[in-house]
Design a protein around this ligand. Structure first.
Ligand code: SAH
Length: 396
């Protein structure tokens, strides 16, 4: 089905200058569409064509603009062209020997909002963020098949399907893999499971941060890694010569997964601390025991609920920082990271400023990171660059 959606005059210029997300406030008659995957034509209030895209409800917005050419058809060739451009831009990643995992296609940053593709040592993983984009699955996967060789393709449906997680469901085509597959990132091994859950074991957007920790900050230091998941930051720190790492995560699975990440890198996991525990409890424990660390890594989810606490990055990051400041050695470094897309770097730096002020401590900002190159973003959609990481030195 094809629908015409009228953009309020206030927002017409936004779409004219390349804004890709279809959002509620901008559209007069959004209610006319309810079929996922419908083609939608955006027009202004004088019926002038603005852009064309698809309807797909996701956590942010109701679909994405795919073209500003009214004649363009969304066939396999259309998707092939987008994918081909994206692959070409990542050619140097394909050519690297010491990095075998990267993002091949980054949604709206590469011209198709709602879908990402990652490469893991011969395997491709699709993430579909709405039922709408999923209706183009055959065309998009067909396009990739024309362009690259692969061992297998897996996928994650990141929209609400209400059903239970089915392992088989993630396999699309090729030859079923044996997991974990071990990928390399700047020479470090990481175990990746494409058949287990939405999260596969390593978040590729932190590649540059992991390397920075390993190469420039970790040597000889005690490192506390909070919200550690599979301990990827801890592994980077240990390989960088950290005297000891402590990883803290609430999830039971984080213990064996972290042990595995250490062991595939030749590190004795027994010599590292891996705690299955609420981070907020750990902070209290550390204060009571007077434990302090040379480096504290904070990488919480943007929103999380545990038995005792609800954490929202926007509301609570400042307090999280204060907890970290209290157990960081003088001259120590806090790595503060967030993937919350509802505030920007300036606001994040504001949290840091306030946290130190309220702690009566001084700091200097050492360096900052946003998304790496393979997580391509576009100027017209700055909120797509969600990652914010600051290396902060607590002054003596
Ligand atoms: N820093 C990790 C990614 C973190 S993902 C990395 O770079 O790989 C977020 C993690 O936070 C999840 O593993 C989740 O289990 C954990 N988590 C959420 N709330 C928590 C809490 N209150 N205490 C400890 N861990 C928590």
């Amino acid at each position: 089905m094809e629908y015409r959606l009228t953009v309020k005059s206030k927002y017409a210029n936004k779409y004219k200058s390349g804004y890709p997300l279809i959002f509620k406030e901008a559209i007069v008659n959004l209610k006319d569409v309810n079929e996922e995957g419908s083609i939608v034509k955006l027009v202004d209030e004088r019926m002038q064509f603005l852009a064309k895209g698809y309807y797909g409800k996701q956590n942010k917005g109701y679909g994405w603009v795919l073209t500003r050419n009214e004649q363009e058809q969304f066939n396999q060739d259309f998707f092939k062209q987008k994918l081909q451009e994206a692959i070409k831009r990542r050619q140097h990643f394909y050519d690297q020997l010491d990095t075998t995992a990267f993002r091949v296609f980054n949604g709206e940053g590469d011209g198709i909002g709602g879908v990402t593709i990652e490469y893991f040592a011969g395997y491709y993983l699709f993430n579909w963020y709405s039922e709408g984009i999923y209706t183009f699955k055959e065309l998009i996967i067909g396009a990739l098949k024309e362009l690259v060789e692969f061992k297998a393709i897996y996928q994650k449906k990141r929209f609400d399907t209400k059903g239970q997680y089915i392992e088989e469901d993630d396999f699309v085509t090729g030859e079923r893999g044996e997991f974990p597959v071990i990928v390399k990132e700047n020479g470090v091994n990481y175990a990746v499971y494409l058949n287990e859950s939405a999260m596969v074991g390593v978040f590729l957007d932190q590649r540059d941060v992991r390397r920075t920790i390993r190469d420039r900050y970790a040597n000889g230091k005690t490192v506390l890694n909070t919200f550690s998941y599979t301990g990827a930051f801890s592994v980077a720190a240990a390989l960088g010569g950290a005297s000891k790492t402590t990883s803290v995560d609430l999830a039971n699975r984080s213990l064996p997964k972290t042990q595995e990440q250490f062991s595939i890198n030749g590190i004795d996991a027994e010599e590292q601390d891996i705690l299955v525990m609420d981070v907020f409890k750990y902070f209290k424990y550390a204060v009571k025991k007077n434990l302090k660390f040379d480096m504290v890594i904070l990488d919480p989810p943007s929103f999380a609920r545990s038995k005792k606490f609800v954490f929202s990055a926007e509301k609570d990051y400042k307090d999280l920082l204060k907890e970290a400041i209290a157990i960081t050695e003088k001259n120590g470094v806090i790595v503060a990271s967030t993937n919350a897309s509802n505030f920007d770097m300036n606001k994040f730096k504001g949290f840091i400023k306030t946290a130190f002020k309220e702690s009566n401590e001084q700091y200097s900002l050492m360096e900052e990171f946003s998304l790496p190159e393979d997580f391509r973003t576009i100027k017209a959609f700055p909120e797509g660059d969600y990652l914010k990481v600051c290396f902060i030195r607590k002054q003596s």
